[in-house]
Each structure stands twice: as C-alpha cells, then as structure tokens.
Ligand binder design. Structure first.
Ligand SMILES: Cc1cc2nc3c(=O)[nH]c(=O)nc-3n(C[C@H](O)[C@H](O)[C@H](O)COP(=O)(O)OP(=O)(O)OC[C@H]3O[C@@H](n4cnc5c(N)ncnc54)[C@H](O)[C@@H]3O)c2cc1C
Length: 312
C-alpha cells in the first residue's frame, strides 16, 4: 500500500491551495495514508489549516526558526529525512515545488517525476512534454520513494471538513548555511492572485506600452479578474514577469480566460490548457489563438475592450 507525504506550501500563515490539489493527486493512488508536512518557524496556524483538508490523515508540524523562509536548500534535507517510510513524496508544481522537490529527489538519489497530471498506477504517471503538445506516460521504479511534482492546474483542490491529527515532529538534519534569505521583493496587488483566480484577463504585445495596459486592468477590475500577460509583453517591459502565463510563466486553470492581443503561440497555450471558457480578441482572424478559443472577437482591441467593459 502507498503512503504519501505532501510538502505544504504556505506564506504568511496561510496554506496555499496547491497543497489541497496535491492531496487530490495523492488520493488517486488510493493510499493507506496521506500526510502533510508543514515546515515553518511556527507551523501551528498552517498545520491547523492542513488538518482540515479532506483525505489528509495526519499533519507533521516541523517548527524551526531556519524554516521561516521557504529556502529549498534548507527545507530539502528535512524533507529527505522525513521521507523514510513513505512510498511517495509530493510537492506542487509551483515555483515553490519546482525549487524544492528536485533538491529532495537529489538527496534521496532518485529521479523526480515532474508535472504529474494523471495517476495511472502507483508508479505510472501521465505528464505533459513539448510545452504540452504531447503527453508522456512515465514509470518510476517501485523499489524507491517516488518524488513528484503535481501539476496543480490538472487537479481540483480536495475539499475541507477534515480533522486530521497534528503531530509536532523534530527532524535531525544538517542544514546548510551557504544559502541564506536576504530579502523578499514582491509586487503588491489587490487583484485576485493569477494562479488561483477563477477569471483571468491577459494582454499581449499588441498593447504596445505599459500605459496602454491600463485598459486591461480596468476591464479586469470590472470582472473581478486576475491579470496575466504573454511573454512578449513581459519582455517588452509592459508588465512585471510574475504576470507571465505559459510554459516559462504560470500554468493556470481559470474558469474564464480572456486573451487580448495575444497570438496564441504554443508556449503561451501550454499555460492555459486547463482553462474553462477561452475568449480571444485579436485583429487577425487567422491568429492561432482562435483555434482554441470558445468565443472569438476579431477587431482592434483599443476599440473592443472599452466597448466590452462598457457593456458589463
Ligand atoms: C522556450 C520558450 C518559452 C516561451 N515561454 C513563453 C511563455 O511562458 N508565455 C508566452 O506567452 N510566450 C512564451 N514564449 C514566447 C512565444 O513563443 C511568443 O513569442 C509569445 O507568446 C508571443 O506573445 P504575443 O502573443 O503577445 O505577441 P505576438 O506573437 O507578437 O502577437 C501579438 C498579437 O496581437 C495581435 N494584435 C496586434 N495589434 C492588435 C490590436 N490593435 N488589436 C487586437 N489584436 C492585435 C496580432 O494580430 C497578434 O496576433 C516562449 C518562447 C520560447 C522559445
């Protein structure tokens, strides 16, 4: 029988929804236990949230001042020590998990299974390759722990209502000092978080300037949507890079995605494969984005977007 350890992602005392998505993926293994480890300076609040996830059987709370910041090099030795006895160790395929889990895999001497989008067997998984243009079935060895990242866009969050036990656990692992936290610089926004928003409005190179993006922000605010962008818009400096959607940006799965002035390059589309309804506005009726759009408007965005907003 499988026994799964999930590494909780959290920030400012709040559990990230990606953790509940990892629980859904773990449930697909039909394991005997799903345990969540919370590594923090003071893990109590996050551990209590993790305990409520339906399907979680136990929470391990690891309190250590060294865990105040999610530094992969500090967390990985602790996760690797805790991994003993678990058949699977999962983390989300977010920036946090993509940073941490390869370090865990390396310390355990196993190859990581990345971006799990479907569980086909206890050691057989489906994952996307070539920017999502092909799906690959991978089989992990069954005589070692499986270390995997879970493609959060492919899994629903497990529900609440659980009441797992929370156990304080201490880990005897040598923590390196070569990697230290210096500072966190994060953009502040009152808009919904891009990765968890149910509606996202994205803009591309066609906007032509940072100033022109104001019409996109205005539409997004009217819709209560998160805001994304193509890489071309990021590279041109119109928006910060944490807004990038796609293969080298964020993989998202909103219920509604509105792509404005975005051509629909495969690297962009890989980020929205799991979106619900896709709306595209583009002046070129042959733009590839229309091949995947459910609703398409052909025309000049500078005319259509204000009209669209006025109609809301
Ligand atoms: C390894 C690699 C990784 C990459 N990762 C990513 C990624 O993560 N995300 C990503 O987005 N890209 C990524 N790219 C880049 C990708 O290939 C494209 O270059 C990029 O997505 C194009 O952005 P765009 O659609 O905004 O620009 P363009 O391709 O220039 O398209 C602009 C679109 O706007 C339309 N348009 C112009 N003016 C107007 C107007 N006034 N009104 C309406 N429509 C108008 C045009 O018809 C056109 O379709 C990656 C590329 C590589 C090689």
């Amino acid at each position: 029988m499988s026994k799964v350890l999930i590494v909780a992602e959290h920030h400012d005392g709040k559990l990230n929804a990606a953790t509940a998505k990892c629980v859904s993926a773990a449930q697909a293994l039909k394991p005997e236990a799903i345990e969540i480890v919370v590594l923090a300076a003071d893990p109590a609040a996050v551990a209590a949230q993790a305990a409520q996830i339906a399907g979680c059987t136990r929470v391990l709370a690891v309190a250590n001042p060294a865990n105040a910041q999610p530094i992969a090099q500090v967390l990985a030795p602790q996760v690797a020590k805790l991994a003993v006895g678990y058949s699977h160790v999962f983390g989300p395929s977010t920036t946090f998990g993509k940073d941490l889990m390869p370090c865990v895999a390396a310390l355990l001497g196993v190859a990581q299974v990345s971006d799990v989008m479907k569980v086909e067997g206890t050691h057989t998984f489906l994952r996307p390759i070539y920017a999502g243009n092909a799906l690959l079935t991978v089989e992990a060895p069954s005589d070692v722990s499986v270390v995997a990242t879970i493609r959060t866009a492919s899994w629903p969050a497990a529900g609440g209502g659980g009441s797992a036990a929370v156990d304080a656990v201490s880990v005897d692992a040598a923590l390196p000092t070569h990697t230290r936290f210096v500072a966190l610089k994060a953009g502040k926004s009152d808009r919904p978080d891009l990765q968890s928003a149910s509606r996202v409005v994205s803009g591309g190179r066609a906007f032509g300037s940072a100033d022109n993006f104001k019409i996109l922000y205005s539409l997004a605010d009217k819709l209560g949507a998160g805001v994304g962008a193509s890489r071309a818009a990021v590279d041109a400096g119109y928006v910060p890079n944490d807004m990038q959607v796609g293969q080298t940006g964020k993989i998202i799965s909103p219920e509604l995605y509105i792509a404005i002035g975005i051509s629909g390059a495969i690297q962009h589309l890989t980020g929205i494969k799991d979106a619900g309804t896709i709306v595209a506005i583009n002046k070129d009726g042959d733009a590839p984005i229309f091949e995947i759009a459910d609703i398409g408007l052909v025309g000049d965005l500078f005319k259509l977007v204000p009209e669209f907003e006025a109609a809301l």
